[in-house]
Design a protein around this ligand. Structure first.
Ligand SMILES: Nc1nc2c(ncn2[C@@H]2O[C@H](COP(=O)(O)OP(=O)(O)OP(=O)(O)O)[C@@H](O)[C@H]2O)c(=O)[nH]1
Ligand SMILES: [Mg+2]
Length: 641
């Protein structure tokens, strides 16, 4: 069983709705106003099945669109998901303005297949029909609807003439239609929302990719609301699942009609993010009335959504070197800024309509719906070129490269491309084999980034050693934070650098090979002496400058050793030029604490008695104890805490 979506297109009153009814028996004009005025205002839907060319069944969902120029925006909301178009041209009127506009839209949307239907054949004589046929052939030359590749069929919905020919043509065309990818992540652009008695909220749309099953959890974009699929209908029949390429109605739990509107998208939950910026390739129709200037406001239509967007041309791309405008018939890479986030993915088509008066002026394809801020123009251009040329592995490689130190997670790659994780792996397999891209668990890092890191990290360490000659190494965490690396990538990069003997790791420290630890003999000796001088002195410490003066090494090196001892808290600075060994201060604390039970208060005289130090040392030591909250000053005495 194959499912396809057939859309109508063409000028007002040319017989689109009558044709759908003649084929399916269903009147797609469902609104009271449509019936009263005899015109289509909004999208209409119908369905039928035909025996397929291969003996199976062909399920056909019809999307009938309005021809009135005022309702082109409704036409646009429905035409996005179609596989085959019936371009309807009334034999008694031939080509009219919306024949052209709809046909432009079909080409801009990249619709690949179609049949031209000359309706109302009963209303004209054979000569007229032949003339119209010639006119139409001329109009369609060198397009996807060129005859005879795409047939032209004359019909009358009134008499039924030609309808069987048309059905045969549809079946033949359907055989060549590539089925949409039902294994991809699901996306359903919503074109209708309503409540149904006994069911609640129902949405409809053309499932453009993936499969939706009953009880699936889906996410509404852009709101992010999660809903559950209570029931599914495909072509008016209840079903367990809907697959890509089917007109789908879903009964949803978890949302009311106030939460949902045409233009929103239902998609696989927890996977995508909506965006306000899309990088695109756009084309301006040769018939566009004027040049499209940078920062023009336009009506932007994609799938069933529409918004007012701003076009900003990419500054330095080869397609429009001036970067400031595009002439009718021209093309360019551009960024579209949107007022509200929407869910769009690379490959999605869009239409641009002039801000005012509203006419179709162009369209194109989304190349990147997650442009990152602050990238160089060359990086942006390269990505757009690869995406535009359909070079998926290169495009993915650049997506990895532009994430620089942070790398690209598989989840991000899926969200950015709409590809499944397995597809990402497959497209990157060659780059991984050649180590152009390196894979750390769930994160991809580009070899350029790897190269930069393996060069820069040793430089950072060299700089560190130069500034801290007596420190054995740089703290790993400090180094990692400096490069904002994830723990996994950091560990892997360090491992690689260790293998290459570009650095050494010891405990929590990283250092250049042979650096940091080796203290020259004289320095090690001096360090020992300083420590000894203070540890043996207890609280009656010598003056620091005297200790240093007695050493063999010069003053600057001696001072560095003191800094190191202070950093490691072997020595503690209590006041300027007054340094104690840690053990002496610990003993003092114990002494003070032991005294508390006897007398909770101590004055300077008692302190001097207890410790045997002079007043010169007693005051700074007591102030130190106050700071350490061992004692608290009360008048001239201290309370022991
Ligand atoms: N004689 C004749 N009249 C037709 C035929 N098909 C449609 N009509 C008439 O043409 C008028 C318009 O037909 P519709 O099917 O509503 O036209 P449409 O293209 O759907 O119009 P919009 O949706 O408003 O763009 C109606 O009055 C139909 O009865 C046909 O094959 N022969
Ligand atoms: Mg109609």
């Amino acid at each position: 069983m194959k499912s396809i979506i057939v859309g109508t297109a063409g000028h007002i009153d040319h017989g689109k709705t009558a044709l759908v009814k003649a084929l399916t028996g269903i009147d797609a004009d469902r609104l009271v106003e449509e019936k009263r005025r005899g015109i289509t205002i909004d999208l209409g839907f119908a369905h039928m099945s035909l025996p397929a060319a291969d003996g199976g069944t062909l399920l056909i969902g019809f999307v009938d669109v309005p021809g009135h120029e005022r309702f082109v925006r409704n036409m646009l909301a429905g035409v996005g998901g179609i596989d085959l178009v019936l371009l309807v041209i009334a034999a008694d009127e031939s080509i009219k303005p919306q024949t052209r506009e709809h046909f432009d839209i079909l080409q801009l949307l990249g619709v690949k297949r179609g049949i031209t239907v000359l309706t109302k054949s009963d209303a004209v004589d054979t000569e007229t029909l032949d003339v119209v046929r010639l006119e139409v052939e001329e109009f369609l030359r060198a397009t996807f609807l060129e005859s005879p590749k795409a047939p032209i069929v004359a019909v009358s919905s009134l008499t039924g003439a030609g309808l069987e020919d048309l059905k045969r043509a549809i079946v033949r065309a359907a055989a060549d239609i590539e089925p949409r990818d039902s294994t991809a992540l699901a996306r359903l652009p919503i074109d209708r929302v309503f409540t149904m008695k006994g069911f609640g909220t129902v949405v409809t749309g053309t499932l453009i990719s993936g499969t939706i099953q009953r009880e699936d959890e889906l996410e509404i974009f852009p709101s992010g609301r999660r809903v559950r699929v209570r029931g599914i209908q495909v072509h008016g029949q209840s079903a367990e699942r809907a697959a890509a390429g089917q007109r789908t109605a879903l009964n949803l739990a978890g949302a009311t009609i106030e939460d949902i509107a045409r233009g929103m998208t239902l998609a696989t939950a927890g996977t995508f993010t909506a965006t306000r910026r899309v990088d695109v390739h756009l084309r301006l129709l040769a018939s566009a009335p004027r040049i499209l200037k940078d920062r023009s406001r336009v009506h932007f239509h994609a799938h069933s959504m529409e918004a007012i967007g701003e076009v900003v041309f990419q500054r330095s791309n080869q397609l429009n070197p001036q970067g400031m405008s595009v002439a009718p018939g021209g093309e360019a890479f551009a960024r579209i800024r949107l007022p509200e986030p929407v869910l769009l993915l690379p490959g999605d088509r869009f239409i641009l309509r002039q801000f005012s008066p509203v006419i179709t002026i162009g369209g194109g394809v989304v190349l990147d719906s997650t442009p990152l801020p602050g990238l160089k123009q060359v990086t942006v251009d390269a990505l757009l070129q690869h995406a535009w040329a359909g070079r998926v592995p290169e495009m993915l490689g650049l997506r990895v490269a532009r994430r620089w130190y942070r790398g690209l997670t598989i989840a991000q790659a899926v969200a950015e491309t709409g590809l499944r994780a397995s597809g990402i792996q497959r497209h990157l397999s060659e780059a991984l084999a050649k180590e152009i891209v390196v894979d750390f668990g769930d994160v991809f890092l580009h070899s350029d980034t790897m190269g930069a890191l393996t060069m820069l990290i040793p430089q950072t360490l060299a700089h560190f050693h130069e500034k801290n000659p007596l420190v054995p190494g740089m703290a790993k965490e400090t180094l990692r934070e400096q490069y904002t690396l994830s723990p996994e990538i950091f560990t892997a990069v360090l491992e690689r650098l260790v293998q290459q003997k570009k650095l050494e790791v010891s405990g929590d420290l990283v250092r250049l090979p042979g650096r940091g630890v080796v203290m020259k003999d004289e320095e090690a000796e001096s360090k020992k002496r300083i420590e000894e001088a203070f540890s043996t002195a207890g609280l009656r410490v010598p003056a620091l400058h005297e200790v240093l003066a007695a050493l063999k090494i010069d003053r600057a090196r001696a001072q560095k050793i003191v800094t190191l001892l202070l950093r490691d808290r072997v020595l503690v600075k209590v006041a300027d030029e007054l340094v104690f060994h840690r053990s002496a201060l610990e003993q003092l604390r114990a002494q003070v604490a032991a005294r508390k039970s006897k007398s909770p208060v101590i004055d300077v005289a008692a302190f001097k008695d207890m410790t045997g130090v002079s007043r010169k040392y007693a005051i700074p030591l007591l102030e130190y104890l106050d700071r350490e909250r061992v004692t608290k000053r009360v008048g001239d005495s201290r309370q022991i805490l």
